[in-house]
Design a binder for this molecule. Structure first.
Ligand SMILES: [Zn+2]
Length: 448
């Protein structure tokens, strides 16, 4: 779970597709008692099965959190008479919580079951949910009260928080936000979650309560981090924010005009990421024969050296091209008012061929060059000087016709044509074809 991986990989889809089937008649069922609000750390519970249909089960009470408020549903198991059933999905329908289990013939109405929550997953959600509130508080405190939560998605490894802000958040600002958020974490403030009358809550906290969106109902659930941030929220949270552990923003991007997305992680995974990153830096430092503290300087030095070496290589290449061109010039053949030079090289890519062609056609404006090279696949280029062009030379056509011999294709403009093909054996033939077309053009036989 390296930071870099978290950076690049798309967020794990946590939103489940399945929703409660619409034909269920749940109207006779009482409101499910929600244990995760009263006892947020409850991992196990017993309950009575009130209703079942297919693989859906309704209990009188549950500690399974149903999907909502950007928090995916809990998973875990239901145990009954020594049998164990996976809880695959939990959804709320009105005041009733439905559990989808992995069997249609599992539990029976009227029996007692024991529920066990997948605590590793849930506690990650609790930490991330609490971290979202802390971060939002830090963002509003440092960027201004116009910052509003635009969207949120909690994950097990990382979560994201989209906020409205008129400009990009700078790297320096991100660090300030991280520092402030972590300062709040280290103060281990109390997180109070309570149900309040809507009017009363609005009077006490103002409309910034609805940073996470307006919630329905006359009674709303308020999550209040002591003297820091209060929001109407239906998710599960830690009761003390020290449990969140280190908060680290691992990525930020502009997802639409006026909306910044922050991807963050919290707790032990952050430490693990930092440890892995440290290892990578140490390894790179070893390769560069320097210390991790000096690695940025070493990388800069290496980059500068590479740049000047590349410049040197380019210089040498053009010098080699000069020398080759000089040597080749003698091999050209006069035909009517043009000079034709056809040559095959063992290696060299088309860029190199063009470089040589440029020198030759600049030195001699009457020159037409047809150059080819290839080991595993064949390249062919044709270039013409200014005066050769006036004689009717069309290099695009030369390249296109020549490339047919090497079972390929080509084309281009009158002054530069390029082609390629798979049959290297036939390169000589292709060159001969190119020369033939060139002579035809120079004789005025082409295009009437
Ligand atoms: Zn929340």
């Amino acid at each position: 779970r390296r930071v870099a991986e978290l950076h690049s990989k798309p967020q794990k889809k946590t939103e489940k597709k399945s929703k409660v089937p619409t034909h269920f008649d749940l109207s006779e069922l009482p409101e499910t008692e929600l244990l995760f609000y009263k006892e947020p750390y409850k991992r196990e519970f017993t309950a009575d099965v009130l209703w079942k249909e297919g693989d859906y089960v309704v209990l009188d009470r549950t500690a399974f959190y149903p999907e909502g408020g950007g928090q995916p549903s809990d998973d875990g198991v239901l145990k009954s008479n020594g049998d164990k059933f996976e809880v695959l999905d939990v959804q709320k329908s009105g005041d009733v919580v439905l559990h989808k289990i992995d069997s249609e013939n599992g539990v029976r109405t009227g029996e007692k079951v024991k529920g066990e929550i997948n605590w590793e997953k849930r506690s990650a959600y609790m930490r991330h949910h609490t971290a979202t509130h802390i971060l939002l508080g830090a963002l509003r405190s440092l960027l201004g009260d116009h910052v509003w939560q635009h969207g949120v998605q909690k994950g097990e490894e990382s979560s994201r928080l989209d906020v409205s802000h008129h400009k990009r958040i700078s790297e320096e600002k991100i660090q300030e936000i991280e520092k402030l958020a972590n300062k709040i974490v280290f103060q281990d403030r109390k997180v109070n979650s309570l149900w309040m009358d809507r009017n009363e809550a609005e009077k006490k906290y103002g409309h910034s309560l609805y940073q996470g969106g307006v919630v329905p109902g006359r009674k709303i659930r308020i999550v209040d981090i002591e003297d820091w941030n209060a929001q109407a929220c239906s998710g599960t949270h830690c009761t003390h924010n020290g449990e969140v552990g280190l908060i680290k923003i691992i990525n930020r991007e502009r997802i639409q005009d006026g909306v910044e997305r922050l991807v963050f992680a919290s707790g032990l995974p952050v430490l693990e990421s930092l440890q892995e990153q440290e290892q990578r830096i140490k390894k790179s430092a070893e390769t560069l024969r320097t210390s991790p503290d000096e690695i940025d300087k070493a990388v800069q030095k290496l980059f500068d050296q590479w740049k000047s070496a590349k410049k040197e290589v380019d210089n040498l290449r053009s010098r080699v091209a000069d020398l080759k061109a000089e040597k080749l010039e003698k091999n050209s053949e006069s035909f009517n008012n043009i000079q034709i030079l056809a040559e095959k090289f063992e290696d060299g890519d088309s860029d190199e061929l063009i470089q040589i062609g440029e020198i030759l056609t600049n030195n001699n404006k009457n020159m037409v060059v047809i150059l080819a090279s290839g080991k595993t696949s064949a390249n062919i280029i044709a270039m013409a000087g200014e005066k050769a062009l006036e004689e009717g030379i069309n290099c695009g056509e030369i390249a296109s016709e020549a490339a047919k011999s090497i079972e390929g294709g080509g084309g281009g403009k009158p002054e530069l044509g390029q082609g390629g093909g798979g049959n290297v054996e036939k390169l000589e033939e292709a060159i001969k074809m190119g020369v033939k077309i060139c002579k035809k053009q120079a004789s005025g036989d082409n295009n009437g």
